[in-house]
Design a protein around this ligand. Sequence first.
Ligand code: UD1
Length: 419
Amino acid sequence: MASIVISGGKPLSGDVWISGAKNAVLPILAACLLADEPVTLGNVPHLHDVTTTMELLGQMGAELVVDEHMRIRVDPRPTSRFFAPYELVKTMRAAIVVLGPLVAKYGEAEVSLPGGCAIGSRPVDQHIKGLRTLGAEISVENGYIKARAKRLKGARVTMDMATVTGTENIMMAAVLAKGTTVIENAAEEPEVCDLADCLNRMGAQISGIGTTRLVVDGVERLHGTEYDVLPDRIETGTFLVAGAITGGRVRAKHTRPEVLKSVLSKLEDAGAHVSTDTDTIELDMRGKRPRAVDVSTAPYPAFPTDMQAQFTALNCVAEGTGVITENVFENRFMHVQELHRLGADIKLEGNTAIVRGVPKMSGAQLMATDLRASASLVLAGLVADGETVVDRIYHIDRGYENIEEKLGGLGAQIRRLPT
Ligand code: UD1
């Protein structure tokens, strides 16, 4: 299995170009299944999860063509198999987002239950409950969600908790339902908004975008469109932490500062000088060691759980003690044991990590466990003395495009070792 080798200790400096958002492009690819005509997507990141989703849509019969700029044209018209197998869903839970489009457009779907994953049990009860409220008949048999419907009917769906892919599934199902659907307690994440914007470009009628109450007036059909996916706020945040943890200066280009407010404010608390332009964020530590910050994760617009591991790494070398509280997933501290191997001082108490900053960490061999945990290990390696090797790097390729090239462009000494 491939690994990444980092020689740490050098402040990063320079510009980094931010890719399209993984968590936006995956549901948008699924949304293409709803259209009667081809949809062309731009700003698509070159990621393992994107390839997996393309493979899934291809298995269903959709025709996908990628050009040299990574623009993907999806022609959903030949879709004839409404099946998402376990082999695929177990590697990428986000595949659950084909459920809503399939049942709404084709009247049937068989999608594997995702099962557990490294960061917790992650049930999909809200997806099922919402689709049932819209009139789908759903059974769970042999590890598969089997859904059927004639035409879904608009209804009021109240989510028990803000769920990102749950909201996306219900919203995608509702666009072709008869009548109006109101989704209460909807997730407000920018990726949900990006999906809604794309659906509206295809002819859907969704309002309340960016609020916890989405109103979807069902339409008869969706047409083709061209759409550019929004930039990745988590990739942006990860590179900014790379600047902060090394006492460096990093400018993230082609991003969206307005969707990173909670993260930028914590970086400022950590001592970073942050300035923003329409699509650029510059972070400058002016050579200083970061200060420890307290972080508590919650749904958007609060601090994202997908940035928790990176801030845990930042606190490891910060001045003072920072308390990290994880409120979204019950088991999202897999990176802590690995950070200990670099010399970090972290005490775990339930969903809280108390991180006492140490002046220096030293390189070691580490194992990546999930996507964002892997990113935090790479960040820690950038500042640890000597060589850090992060094994099982395939996790990081699911969500970061060319991470070693991008970090190398900022002056990091980093290389990939093939298997
Ligand atoms: C999405 C993101 C992921 C991010 C997470 C939280 C994608 C592809 N992935 O994951 O990167 O970490 O949002 O911001 O967009 N829950 C239930 N029942 C359900 C659905 C969710 O109990 O039916 C719970 C989950 O266990 C979790 C919380 O709700 O505790 C939020 O999860 P959710 O927003 O659904 O996460 P995902 O959509 O899977």
